[in-house]
Unconditional design. Structure first.
Length: 308
């Protein structure tokens, strides 16, 4: 995975989630709180997701082969899509099931260790905040002037949006768990613990749906950003070349395919056309370095003058 893919953010989130998951498991073992169990599974699922992102980045760096001539850049999208499935099934559905079971058989926080889940949840909020801050810092150079919502929707590097959404969801989930545990301790009713667990489940299912929609769009093949398309058009037409049509598609986060048909004069020689194509390719790569695969097709527009 390239530095632009947010490796630092993924590793920071992985380290935080592993430590937090261990603490939540201890808290559940001492108190039998369903909110703590749901949060423990949530952190385990997030840890697995970060490992999947790292594996996807590693596999995507392989060289192109005869069977896959355009490379393996889209493996990062595939693994990001798998993350959404894991988050939905392992995290969201389990939490909803646990909430339903707890509502059927509610019980308060058990044992003398009532303070443990509160302390762990507060510590987890601090740890997740630090991880979230790292993700924001890594994403800020790529966000530019976009809003955070627009960045999540348009980012071509899947790791940063995934980590940001997971960390944000983790923070909200911890607040929901703290809400459920605190009211259970205050009232002695396990129903509040179940409600907190249910809120965590709904949150995870929602985030998983957003990730699935965004990564499926990347898998289908998204075009270059409006800014990059404008740069490519300017690079081609800078010498007066007329663009008939232009198509772009991301083969990976940092690899762009460019296909364009441009006009040439009637009677133009093959040598002059080849030179024009070479010059246009050089200008495109200079303007947009991620344009790795370029196909330019000459055509004679209607009414084009004859070549001198």
């Amino acid at each position: 995975m390239s530095a632009g893919g947010g490796t630092k953010a993924v590793v920071a989130a992985l380290a935080a989630n592993l430590a937090i998951a261990a603490m939540k498991v201890v808290a559940f073992a001492l108190t039998a709180s369903s909110s703590m169990l749901a949060e423990a599974i949530h952190s385990v699922a997030d840890s697995g997701n970060q490992i999947l992102l790292l594996i996807g980045g590693k596999r995507a760096s392989r060289q192109a082969s005869p069977q896959h001539p355009f490379g393996y850049g889209r493996e990062r999208y595939i693994y990001a899509f798998i993350v959404s499935i894991v988050l939905f099934s392992v995290g969201g559905l389990f939490a909803l099931y646990e909430a339903w079971e707890k509502l059927q058989h509610p019980h308060g926080i058990e044992g003398p260790w009532w303070w443990v889940p509160v302390a762990i949840l507060l510590g987890s909020i601090i740890a997740e905040s630090l991880s979230f801050r790292t993700g924001l810092r890594e994403a800020r150079p790529h966000r530019g002037s976009q809003s955070w919502v627009a960045f999540i929707r348009t980012a071509k590097q899947p790791e940063l949006p995934v980590v940001l959404l997971e960390d944000f969801g983790a923070l909200i989930g911890l607040v929901c768990a703290l809400f459920g545990v605190s009211l259970t301790l205050a009232t002695g009713s396990g129903a509040w613990d179940a409600i907190g667990t249910g809120l965590i489940g709904l949150l995870l299912v929602g985030i998983a749906a957003i990730l699935a929609l965004e990564t499926s769009s990347l898998l289908l093949g998204e075009s270059a950003s409006a800014e990059d398309i404008a740069r490519i058009e300017a690079a081609i037409s800078s010498d007066g070349t007329r663009i008939i049509h232009l198509r772009t598609m991301h083969l990976g986060p940092e690899e762009l395919l460019v296909a364009a048909k441009f006009g040439v004069a009637r009677g133009a020689s093959g040598e002059s056309i080849a030179r024009a194509i070479d010059d246009a390719e050089a200008r495109i790569r200079s303007a947009v370095p991620s344009a790795r695969v370029i196909y330019l097709e000459p055509d004679i527009p209607r009414g084009a003058p004859a070549s001198r």
